[in-house]
Ligand binder design. Structure first.
Ligand code: PMP
Length: 439
């Protein structure tokens, strides 16, 4: 059996003729940099609510997709897109109510000091813009991120995304700090160690003649392994960075829009007030819209020196979609649902942890959950191979998640905000059966 790029002989045997043809076409036309999920890749053709459907009509419970966060193809969003696309879709260099209505509604969800918003198409662009704004405001260039952070794909931001691995070198302007991992460092130590690491990073930048500009932190440390607790642990580090003249940029691409339950924004859980907040993924439920929300005084220098135009960012159709998303989050009270179902779901996972020693830790906030698998609870040695089997086993049984963390041994679970108890129960029962079969 020939090896299809990245697939072992056994994986390849499972592929249908259609799947094999699609993989070959992808590789021929999209080139070698793309990666597919799962050992047996999925051919998804339709989505509705919490479900994704493959080409054979088999349905999958989507517990991973943090883009269609209010449900796949939500009718309110689809209708808003359709209605606006029939009337006008231009850009931000004409007067238009759509962008302003949405911007005002969005800003109303932030602390009053975060009072201006600039639109982009992707989270990467939002982080890139945030970095440019921070550099203009501080006159510095240095950036501090966590050791396995992911912030995006532009050249500057990829150079500040250590999770991309050794093939994408960190920039000279970047310093990393340890992931604030309560499970491994101890909940009582996290705040202090995190602040100490930030202090060391600032000192090191200065020793190298680089003036620090900002501390850029993912509100749930998704790629570092889903690190949410203890709430408030970032305060010491952020206060210290501020005293040293750095800005605090909150990357809410993962943790924003009600994901962490009870709060609209991840930084609120930690009692923080960022200087810049970047948004993306769930903002348009699939329509490409992202943003940087900025304090007016922080934006002033950038606005004076630079002209900003983003051809597609904030166009009328994207703003209509994003507006509909906010209406659904607020109208269907998804904050409360996320908090309530998140707690119910986590309790179910903790029940499994009592029965399976493989589960070392269950953590997260709202409907962003991490389950760390270990070969032994004392040494906490990562169960990387078992994690791979669980992720693929769930996929075979119709439940979609992925993994994260330095050893890829943390189940990364992000169900839609519309999850109900029946969906949580189905997830728990399926995970139970996969773990049972693993032995
Ligand atoms: N920040 C974080 C925390 C992310 O997870 C991502 C995407 N995975 C980005 C930024 C980049 O967003 P995009 O893919 O829309 O450029």
């Amino acid at each position: 059996m020939t090896m299809i790029n990245g697939f072992t002989a056994t994986d390849a045997e499972r592929l249908s003729a259609t799947e094999r043809a699609l993989i070959e076409r992808r590789e021929r036309t999209l080139g070698p940099a793309y990666r597919l999920f799962y050992e047996h890749p999925l051919h998804i053709v339709r989505g509705e609510g919490v479900w994704l459907y493959d080409a054979d009509g088999k349905r999958y419970l989507d517990a991973y997709n943090n883009v269609a966060s209010i449900g796949h193809c939500h009718p309110h969003v689809v209708n808003a897109l359709h209605a606006q696309a029939q009337v006008l879709n231009t850009h931000t260099r004409y007067l238009h109510e759509g962008i302003l209505d949405y911007a005002e509604k969005l800003l109303a969800t932030f602390p009053p000091a975060l009072n201006q918003v600039m639109f982009t198409c992707t989270g990467s662009e939002a982080n890139d813009l945030a970095l440019r704004i921070a550099r203009q405001h501080t006159g510095g260039t240095g950036l501090i991120v966590t050791e396995l952070a992911y912030h995006g794909v532009t050249e500057q931001i990829a150079a500040a995304s250590p999770s991309l691995g050794a093939g994408v070198p960190l920039g000279d302007f970047v310093r990393t700090v340890r992931a604030p991992d309560a499970y491994r460092l101890g909940a009582e130590n996290v705040a202090r160690l995190f602040a100490e690491d930030v202090r060391a990073a600032i000192d090191d930048l200065r020793r190298c003649g680089i003036k620090p500009a900002a501390l850029l932190l993912d509100g749930i440390f998704a790629s570092d392994g889903v690190l949410a607790d203890p709430a408030g642990f970032m305060q010491q580090a952020v206060a210290l960075a501020r005293e040293e003249g750095l800005l605090y940029i909150a990357d809410e691409v993962q943790s924003g829009f009600a994901r962490t339950g009870a709060h609209m924004w991840g930084f609120e859980r930690h009692g923080l007030q960022p200087d810049i907040v970047t948004l993306g993924k769930p903002m348009g439920n699939g329509q490409p819209i992202a943003a940087a929300v900025v304090r007016a005084e922080v934006l002033e220098a950038f606005g004076r020196n630079a002209r900003y135009f983003n051809t597609f960012g904030g166009n009328p159709v994207s703003c209509a979609a994003a507006n509909a998303v906010l209406e659904v989050i607020q109208g269907e009270d998804l904050l409360s649902n996320c908090a309530a179902i998140g707690a119910y779901f986590k309790a179910g996972l903790q029940g499994l942890a009592e029965r399976y020693p493989l589960i070392g830790d269950v953590r997260g906030a709202g409907l962003f959950v991490g389950v760390e698998l270990v070969t032994d609870r004392v040494s906490k040695a990562p169960a990387t191979e078992a994690t791979r089997q669980v992720v693929n086993g769930l996929r075979e049984r119709g439940v979609l998640i992925s993994s994260a963390g330095p050893a890829a041994n943390i189940l990364k679970i992000r169900p839609q905000l519309i999850f109900q108890r029946e969906h949580a129960d189905l997830f728990i029962d399926t995970l139970d059966s996969v773990l049972r079969d693993l032995g």
